[in-house]
Design a protein around this ligand. Structure first.
Ligand code: SAM
Length: 321
């Protein structure tokens, strides 16, 4: 007999569906992105040859675009390889839909997403595209200037409040980073010797951070074209095709051996209910993600130890205006 209640079972089913939808977005990344290019190619091929000749520069750009897309797609494949076993307590592969090694070849015009949920799929694929940009912000040399602006003030503040040369054992200082994104800030805090836990609820982010944090033993081994899908703020077409290598450090190899670092998956409000557990909560571009910002602030207050600190940078978007 099942020990879970009907509502828990419904939640589980929904979670599985969501998991599969996110994996599908990674799987169909290339096909969805090619759709736009195929439309352009179709329009060009319908033109008279004399007109097509004027578009040679553009067709060369399209060819280069497709090569960059292949490069991104190979990273996207690696990210979802083995995600079935990512969460110790959940096995998704029984549904037969999340095997990252299966063939991604599919006739786009016939595949089920066209008839079913193409709109949602495109929306989800945009999130995959945004993950690629986030990889560069968090884990590439090109992102260093941006990290300097948003993570360094937080790291400096932590070191001022809990000075490494005064605290007997930095591991006793427990720092929580809710809304950790791809985990760089949380990793940097742990690399400085503090105990740090990042928390994130987006599977898009969790899949990518799992790949970078656990499966990238070599620095700068992989290449992405992060701005490939950005059609604004480019001075030339070539800017759209620029590449970046990642990760700029090897997260598993380059953190000190004594570092105590972990990531949790789930909604901050659901995962963190124990009072007075944390010495410090560090939030970066997070509190604007709250449907009710006061609830977030009250929760941060209650999980902090007496005399603990909340360090915040951001907001940015105010998602629930
Ligand atoms: C704007 S991003 C910032 C990510 C990271 N802190 C950074 O600065 O790059 C906010 C992150 O918070 C996550 N998030 C939003 N609400 C959350 C919640 N209730 N629990 C856990 N994560 C959440 C989002 O998925 C997103 O990755």
């Amino acid at each position: 007999m099942s020990s879970t209640s009907p509502s828990e079972q419904i939640d589980e089913v929904k979670e599985r569906e969501h998991f599969r939808a996110v994996v599908s977005a990674f799987k169909y990344y290339k096909l969805c992105c090619l759709d736009r290019i195929h439309k352009s190619e179709k329009i060009i091929s319908a033109l008279p040859m004399s007109h097509q000749k004027h578009l040679e520069k553009y067709t060369t750009y399209l060819t280069k675009f497709k090569k960059c897309l292949d490069v991104n797609n190979s990273v996207v494949h690696m990210i979802i390889k083995d995600v079935d076993t990512m969460f110790e307590n959940v096995e998704h592969s029984a549904d037969g839909a999340t095997n990252g090694t299966e063939s991604f070849g599919c006739d786009y015009n016939n595949c089920e997403i066209v008839s079913q949920k193409q709109h949602k799929m495109h929306h989800d694929v945009e999130k995959v595209q945004s993950v690629l940009k986030n990889i560069v912000r968090d884990w590439s040399a090109q992102g260093a200037a941006e990290r300097e602006q948003c993570y360094k003030p937080i790291l400096d503040e932590i070191e001022e409040l809990f000075p490494p040369d005064e605290v007997t054992d930095l591991r006793n200082i427990k720092v929580l980073v809710p809304g950790a994104g791809l985990g760089r800030l949380a990793w940097e805090i742990a690399a400085r010797g503090y105990t740090c836990q990042g928390n994130e609820f987006s599977l898009f982010m969790l899949f990518a951070s799992n790949f970078i944090l656990n499966r990238c033993p070599e620095a700068n081994k992989y290449t992405v074209h992060p701005w490939l899908h950005q059609y604004v703020n480019n001075l030339t077409c070539d800017h759209q095709l620029l590449s970046a290598t990642f990760p700029d450090v090897s997260p598993a190899r380059d953190k000190p051996g004594h570092a105590n670092f972990s990531m949790t998956a789930g909604d901050f409000l659901k995962v963190y209910t124990d009072p007075e557990e944390w010495s410090c909560v560090a939030t970066c571009f997070f509190i604007d993600c709250a449907p009710n910002v006061i609830e977030f602030i009250e929760r941060i207050y209650s999980i902090l130890q007496p005399g603990g600190y909340w360090i915040n940078l951001g907001p940015l978007l105010y998602h629930y205006r």
